[in-house]
Design a protein around this ligand. Structure first.
Ligand SMILES: [Zn+2]
Length: 282
């Protein structure tokens, strides 16, 4: 999407407690990096993780697909700096993951459970997390465009609901921003085949939307992908308003309070979290 480079990506099985790691096979020594909020180095237009001279950008759609399909442990090998965009959605990732099959592994599945409200705000953008015994997101957006306007959607993770309701929603952008972003070296691979694009009044894609509220569904997709950087499945209710990768990332930092749950389990949970009776972090 942003680099315009061709890339090959392989998802390889990994043992329990491995987590999600990205390996750059095109770099000397094939360095790898943990898909973890502490490793986020950029959130402008996409989420980029990096450390020690290597980076992988636009990880959010793959991360959302893995989260939505219940994959906790996988090694992602790729030979370039950016995960492939496919059609701008997580649909192709989900299809491939389902075809490959997801297996249950030995060992408890660790969850992060919200125990008390966690809030971040920036102007009229906000994210509020509250306790809930499952994972659900209510997202609200508002764009001053006749084909978008105000949209809201409530989604709960259960029995393939990610694949049915969220995965196929494509990223979107406005024609007026294209030149500016290209001058910044971004969206070099962007086209009508991997994004919904709007001019001043209309959708430019010949076939229009996949859902009438495709934009807000895609925002949920991005939120799930960014939240997946906690490194563990999360139980909570999330009310998100007009946010983006940058606020998602700020929220994660506050939510996790600098604790590295995924890399060093078990840990002592702060007051904000409980095990909720499930296989827990602590
Ligand atoms: Zn996206």
């Amino acid at each position: 999407m942003h680099s315009g480079l061709k890339v090959s990506l392989v998802l390889k099985p990994a043992p329990a407690d491995h987590g999600i790691q990205f390996r750059r096979t095109d770099l000397p020594g094939s360095p790898s990096i943990c898909a973890h909020y502490n490793n986020v180095i950029d959130t402008f237009q996409a989420t980029t993780i990096g450390a020690a001279g290597m980076a992988v950008s636009t990880v959010e759609h793959l991360m959302a697909a893995l989260y939505g399909c219940g994959v906790d442990n996988v090694l992602v090998e790729l030979n370039g700096p950016e995960a492939p965009i496919f059609d701008g959605s997580a649909g192709p990732y989900v299809k491939l993951i389902e075809r490959a099959c997801v297996v249950e592994q030995d060992g408890p599945r660790r969850y992060l459970s919200i125990r008390e409200p966690v809030v971040v705000k920036d102007g009229d953008s906000s994210i509020i997390a509250t306790p809930c015994d499952h994972f659900q997101v209510h997202y609200e957006i508002e764009f001053p465009h006749p084909r978008v306007g105000k949209q809201e959607y409530s989604w709960e993770l259960k029995n393939g609901s990610f694949g049915r309701e969220i995965a196929k929603a494509r990223t979107f952008g406005f024609l007026k921003d294209v030149l500016r972003l290209q001058q910044m070296g971004l969206i070099r691979g962007g086209s009508l085949s991997n994004a919904v694009v709007f001019d001043e009044n209309e959708v430019l894609n010949v076939n229009g939307f996949r859902y009438s509220d495709e934009c807000v569904r895609h925002k949920i997709l991005d939120f799930i992908g960014d939240l997946a950087l906690t490194g563990v499945p999360v139980l909570g209710n999330f009310e998100v308003r007009k946010a983006g990768h940058t606020l998602h990332s700020r929220f994660l930092t506050k939510l996790m309070d600098g604790k590295d749950y995924a890399a060093h389990p078990p840990v002592v949970l702060p007051a904000a979290y409980i095990s909720s009776g499930l296989s827990a972090i602590a």
